[in-house]
Design a protein around this ligand. Sequence first.
Ligand code: A3P
Length: 283
Amino acid sequence: MSNPSEEELIHMFKGIPFTTRSSPELLKSLETFHAREDDLLLVSYPKSGTHWLAGVITKLYSTQVTLTSPIEFGDLSKLEELNKLSSKRIIPTHLDYNMLPPNFKKKKCKMIYIARNPKDTAVSMYHYYRDNPNLPTVDTWTAFFDLFLKGDVVCGSWFDHFLSWEEHENDKNILFLFYEEMKKDLPKTVKEIVLFLGLNISDSDIQDICKKSSFSQMKSDTEKENSDPSHTVCTLTSNRKLIFRKGTVGDWKNHFTPKQNQRFEEIFNEKMKLSKMAKNLTF
Ligand code: A3P
């Protein structure tokens, strides 16, 4: 049996490539989605540490919350499913700000945006494309590098995604986090999250949560679990084992040629020239 064709796996919605696991009907109906004031959104461009963040957040709440699959994942029945949940909903999403259901904005729901430097994000996504049967085939890193820079990958351009959210950097209901900061000092980031969410968690519990959220611990927990779609917070797979690959900063150095790096930097500097938050991205 041959692999599904690109057309069978990808469709465009408002100019952004989505996998067919996000139905056009669902994407359209998100416009009228009913948010609740206590919904918490976990926002990211794919491969930025979404599962890591979700792991931390669910440990902070321990009970009384439901981590859903991404809001844009599934078909129309998704909305009904979300409406039925009675507990506090923690809802992941890869949508850019402009596509977010307006009701979340109106109700000023809390949102946490996690960003990762785009070079490592590109490398992580490349491996994900290669290992994931729900995504089109890519033959080489060189081919993927071009697609990534053009924004011709699922969820579109990293730059557009980041910039659409950065415009809201001063919104009190949005907390911006960086993957590299989390790697450097996880307890510090967790304390920021605790403060933002208004939780009361002791320092020793925070230390314990950080230990349980290390890459090696999360990877080995996943290896013990069965692949359960309800544990996946990415629209691109239901298989958690594909998520925990390397978990480091700077893997791009093992992939980028000097020429690719130069090209990437030129595009980065041009696209991010008005960005204030770009300085927080460490490579
Ligand atoms: P790599 O492919 O570079 O290893 P997402 O959850 O958004 O799909 O992001 C996946 C990336 O986050 C993968 O990057 C994965 O290894 C990394 N990751 C997941 N859990 C992590 C953790 N606890 N610590 C550090 N990185 C983690």
